[in-house]
Design a protein around this ligand. Structure first.
Ligand code: HEM
Length: 414
């Protein structure tokens, strides 16, 4: 018998399959179309030259595979803020629909669910996470192998956000490893489903997370605690429907984990490739917050997002029809020379680095941005302080993804 949960999963994965079909449809255009090239060569290549090719064609161009594409900071910002655009067309399935809770909803549902999750990021909560982040960072650095050679992703960049997000959600540490494996699998869906085996793995991971959170809901109904799962069960029936409860937890988990691991790794990649800036950070750890902003601008973990036009409208002097999709290449916007002087240069003292769109803009602006900033700032400051000779020492293996950018393995020596 098909349960409601299975149907919900299927609905989510149908949307993912739709995305996969779009990806496969790109094959025929690949050599001539920048968007198709980005989709077909995920991770392996440097996307920034393609962004510049697109920029040379104007602020808003039509891809041969359908959507509009923009590299312009101003146009990206407009699309992300304008209420004539949404993440989904009147509840219809399509790019953007996929089951990641309010990230994939328009108001009023978006507003209702975002409000429910927001208290998890209050200043008081942030103070508690800061202590946890500091302790976890020092513990992970203490546990590094004496040889000084290690994989920065598995030894440091991944365990930190997992520890923090588990605490935020109230997932017992005993489940943390399994939790991380399921999360990593679901994270691969952000780029579309790559085949039947991938789909089966996704469904298995989703079922695992569903079991874990359903069990936690039961526990917290009996013994409420000061965590997101308790807030969700308290709101059940009034501000959240039973069907929305697992997806909101999965969203916080995936959003908080898949992105932060890449921010820390991308920061190490960028800064060790610019040794003078690494030394500057070692000499003055108070530069860490600025370094994080500059890395978010220079090589962001989320390279793009997109919106669908909810009505016929005009954008950058071009008529965009209701139902048409605009790909906002936020990573390209972060290199827009109209906003950032000498954009290809990494400069951890850049004064306007925080104008980047790495956390998006408008109503879907990253809810976890303060947490991501705190994790990366503390992590980077401690790395530069304790491992001043850190450098890449081996083959960097990148994720096979084009929306999320970052290494899967980053061998280093300290
Ligand atoms: C470096 C780390 C991070 C990056 C680069 C990042 C990036 C983003 C981006 C680009 C969006 C908006 C996507 C869109 O407009 O379509 C977003 C939304 C979101 N992020 Fe983050 N994120 C990060 C860390 C986190 C963390 C640590 C959490 C939570 C623990 C989190 C939770 C969320 C949530 C809940 C949303 C949905 C907001 C909404 O739809 O209203 N993120 N993030």
């Amino acid at each position: 018998m098909t349960t409601a949960a299975e149907l919900r999963q299927l609905a989510g994965f149908t949307a993912q399959l739709y995305k996969a079909k779009v990806v496969l449809g790109y094959q025929g255009y690949a050599r001539h179309d920048e968007l198709a090239l980005l989709m077909l060569h995920p991770g392996r290549d440097n996307p920034y030259p393609l962004y510049e090719r697109l920029r040379a064609r104007g602020p808003l161009v039509r891809s041969r595979v359908g959507p509009w594409v923009t590299t312009s900071h101003q146009v990206c910002n407009t699309v992300l803020r304008d209420r004539q655009f949404g993440v989904v067309l009147d509840g219809a399935e399509g790019p953007g629909a996929g089951g990641l809770s309010f990230l994939e909803m328009n108001p009023p549902d978006h507003t209702r669910l975002r409000r429910l999750a927001a208290p998890a990021f209050s200043p008081k909560k942030m103070a508690g996470y800061t202590t946890l982040i500091e302790k976890t960072v020092q513990r992970l650095l203490d546990e590094l192998p004496a040889s000084g050679r290690f994989d920065l992703v598995s030894a440091f960049a991944a365990p930190l956000p997992i520890a923090v997000i588990s605490d935020l959600l109230g997932v017992p540490t005993a489940h943390a490893d399994q939790f991380a494996r399921w999360g990593a699998t679901i994270g691969t869906a952000l780029d579309g489903v790559k085949g039947v085996r991938h789909l089966a793995a996704l469904m298995q991971a989703n079922a695992g997370l569903e079991r874990l959170f359903t069990g936690l809901f039961e526990q917290r109904r009996r013994e409420p605690a000061d965590d997101v799962v308790s807030a969700v069960v308290t709101a059940e029936g009034e501000r959240i429907t039973p069907a929305e409860m697992v997806p909101i937890c999965v969203l916080l988990f995936i959003a908080g984990f898949e992105t932060t691991v890449n921010l820390i790794s991308n920061a190490v990649l960028a800064l060790t490739a610019h040794p003078l800036q690494w030394v500057a950070l070692h000499d003055d750890p108070s530069l860490a917050a600025g370094a994080v902003e500059e890395v978010l601008r220079f090589d962001p973990p989320v390279q793009r997002t997109g919106r669908v036009a909810l009505a016929d409208t005009e954008l950058a002097g071009v008529a965009v029809k209701r139902g048409e999709y605009v790909v906002t290449l936020t990573a390209a916007a972060n290199h827009d020379p109209a906003v950032f002087a000498d954009p290809a240069r990494l400069d951890i003292t850049r004064s306007n680095a925080d104008e980047h769109l790495a956390f998006s803009s408008g109503i879907h602006y990253c809810l976890g941005a303060p947490l991501a900033r705190a994790e990366a700032t503390i992590a980077l400051g401690a790395l530069a302080e304790r491992l001043p000779r850190l450098r890449v020492a081996g083959q960097v293996v990148r994720r096979n993804a084009s929306t999320i950018r970052g290494p899967l393995r980053l061998p280093v020596t300290a």
